[in-house]
Design a protein around this ligand. Sequence first.
Ligand code: ADP
Ligand code: MG
Length: 336
Amino acid sequence: MDNVKKIHKSDISAFLKFLDFLNEGIIVIDHDRNILYMNNYIENLLGISNGEGKHFSEVVKNNYLYSIISHEYSSDVQEEIIINDKKFLVKIYHIDDKKFIHLTDITPFELYKQAKKDFVANVSHELKTPIAVLKGVIETLNQEENDPAKKKFLNIAEKRIDQMNSLINDLLIIARLESKEDKLIKKKIKLKGLVNSIYEDLAPIAEEKNVKFFNKIPENFSIFADESKISILLKNLIENAIKYNKEDGTVQINGYEERKFSIIEVTDTGIGIPKESLPLIFERFYRVDKSRSRNIGGTGLGLSIVKHIVEAHKGKLEVKSEINKGSTFIVKIPRK
Ligand SMILES: Nc1ncnc2c1ncn2[C@@H]1O[C@H](COP(=O)(O)OP(=O)(O)O)[C@@H](O)[C@H]1O
Ligand SMILES: [Mg+2]
C-alpha cells in the first residue's frame, strides 16, 4: 500500500481518466453494493451511464454478473461469464471494505482455442484414410513376404502404423469430446457385462504378461451414464492397469455406491506412479518414463480422455498409487 501514498491527491483525477482509456471493465462497489466507480468500458458494455452512487441491483441487469458480485466471498474470486455474446473473465478483489471488479474480454483467446481444436480435428480426420490404406498395403506385403530380413522391416512398419493409428483415434476422441455438438446420452448401464466385453479386447496383452483379471463388480450394479464414453474410459483405465503391471500381476475392478456417487475402482499391482508425477498424468502427452513408455506403446492421451469423460459427467476422478506396489484409479459418477 506504500505506493498509494506516492500518488498525490491532485493525480487522482488523471488516474481516473486513465482508467477510462482501458480496454477492460472496472467497477468498485462498497459494502452495501453501492457503485462507487465504473469506467467507460463497463458503462458501454452494460449500456448504462451515471451508475455511480446507485445501487448495483438498479444498474446491472445481467443476472449472472449480479449473482457473482453479490455473493459473500471471503477471498478473491475469478469466474467466466458471457455478456452480449462475448466471454469475459471476471476477477473480484476485496480491498478494505470495497470490492474491485475487473472484467477482461477473453473472446479472442476462446476463438484461438477453438481454431486450434478445429485444426487438430481436421488434420486427424484427413490422416485417417491414408493411414488405413497404408496399413492394408503393408499387411498384404507382409503376408506375401517370405524373406525374414524383409519381414523384419515390414513388421516394424506395421507397428509404427498401428501407433499412428492409435494417436489419430485418440485425437479424434478428444476432438469429439471437445466439440460443442457433443452431448451425453445417458442411460442405465449394467457395468459388469460391459467390463467383461471390454476386457475381451485387452485379454491378449494381459496374457502376454500373465496378468490376471478380476471383475468384482456386483451382478446388478449399474450406473447412469453415457455408455460409449464410459466404454472408452474403462478401456483406457484397464489397458493402463495391464500395461503398467508386472509379470504375474493382477487387475481388479470394483463397483459400489457411496452417497451421491456410483464408484468404479480399477486397481493394479503394477509399477506405481511417482508422487511428483501424480498431478501431471492427466495432462495431454504426459508419460512418466518416456523411454520405457515408448516400448510399452501408447499415446499419452488416455488419461486426459478419461478425465474429460469424468468431467463431462460432472463426476470426480482420484488416484492412489505406491511405487512398486500398484495404483488405484477411482471414478465417481453422480447417481441419477
Ligand atoms: N495404472 C498405472 N500404473 C502406473 N503408471 C500409470 C498407470 N496409468 C497411467 N500411468 C502413467 O501415466 C502415463 C499417462 O497415461 P495415459 O494418459 O493412459 O498414456 P499412455 O498409456 O498412452 O502412456 C503413462 O505413460 C504412465 O506413465
Ligand atoms: Mg494409456
